[in-house]
Design a protein around this ligand. Structure first.
Ligand code: SF4
Length: 253
């Protein structure tokens, strides 16, 4: 594991950040003040105006399958596997008729394929037998489906049904919310609760998409590209690789 790069202090901003407004001086710094949150959301929108779910799908079932497969796997890999999978098993009834072992070879490359096969077949059987073959659009019901914990349920509800019942907290949202001091929690459930308190509900879906894109493009886990980040002068993350502002030692993944 490479050593984290110590942030430099108080150096001139690069040309890429010239357009960003300087942070307002404030008597008492509040990382979750509505003004700061609004600024973060605005800059994320400028950086990723078209961010959306990166998992290819054409219906709710396909999105549920892709999201279950994406655990511990890249979206790129999932998008390579799902077209072949859905060609072989076009309907949820096709999945429900399988034994998990039959599915394993088709999803092996996504990792954890035995558990994922059980989840996918179990999910199909549950949805066929209890929800008339339709993926439910309510959080309580979705959470009864095998393989669908809160993150998966939030992805399906937000990206397919357009329902903001919660905030998707994946590895990127986890890391970046903590770096940006939007939460001090260190588990996904409490991070989600904190985000639901500070982010306006009509922004929950887009916020997750944009933060996920940010986590892939710039705010990467090991060495964030802070010099190119529009959030730089309002971000005090302890593991920044470049900084024009004070860093806060507890603001870290
Ligand atoms: S300044 Fe660096 S640590 Fe902060 S959000 Fe941007 S890339 Fe991430």
């Amino acid at each position: 594991m490479p050593a984290k790069t110590a942030p430099e202090k108080k150096v001139a901003a690069p040309s890429t950040n010239k357009a960003a407004k300087p942070p307002k001086a404030s008597a008492k710094y509040n990382p979750t003040s509505p003004e700061r949150v609004r600024e973060i959301l605005q800059r994320l929108t400028e950086m990723y105006p078209k961010a959306k779910c990166a998992l290819n799908h054409s219906n709710a079932w396909e999105l549920l399958v892709a999201t279950i497969l994406s655990a511990q796997c890249t979206d790129v890999r999932v998008n390579m596997v799902t077209p072949i999978l859905f060609k072989k098993y076009p309907t949820i009834q096709d999945f429900a008729a399988l034994k998990p072992e039959q599915l394993e070879p088709d999803i092996r490359s996504t990792g954890f394929f035995r558990n994922k096969s059980k989840s996918l077949v179990g999910a199909a059987q549950k949805i066929v037998s209890e929800f008339a073959g339709k993926v439910p659009d309510e959080m309580d019901k979705l959470l009864t489906v095998p393989g669908a914990a809160r993150k998966t349920a939030n992805v399906v509800l937000g990206s397919w049904f357009g329902k903001a019942d919660g905030v998707v907290v994946d590895t990127h949202v986890y890391r970046i919310s903590r770096r940006l001091e939007l939460t001090k929690a260190d588990d996904a459930r409490n991070i989600e609760q904190d985000l639901m308190k500070v982010i306006p509900r009509d922004q929950w879906i887009d916020f997750s998409h944009r933060v996920i894109w940010h986590g892939r493009a710039l705010c990467i886990a090991r060495k964030p590209k802070c010099v190119d980040c529009k959030l730089e002068n309002i971000c005090h993350a302890a593991d920044k690789t470049w900084s024009t502002v004070e860093v806060h030692k507890n603001a870290k993944p």
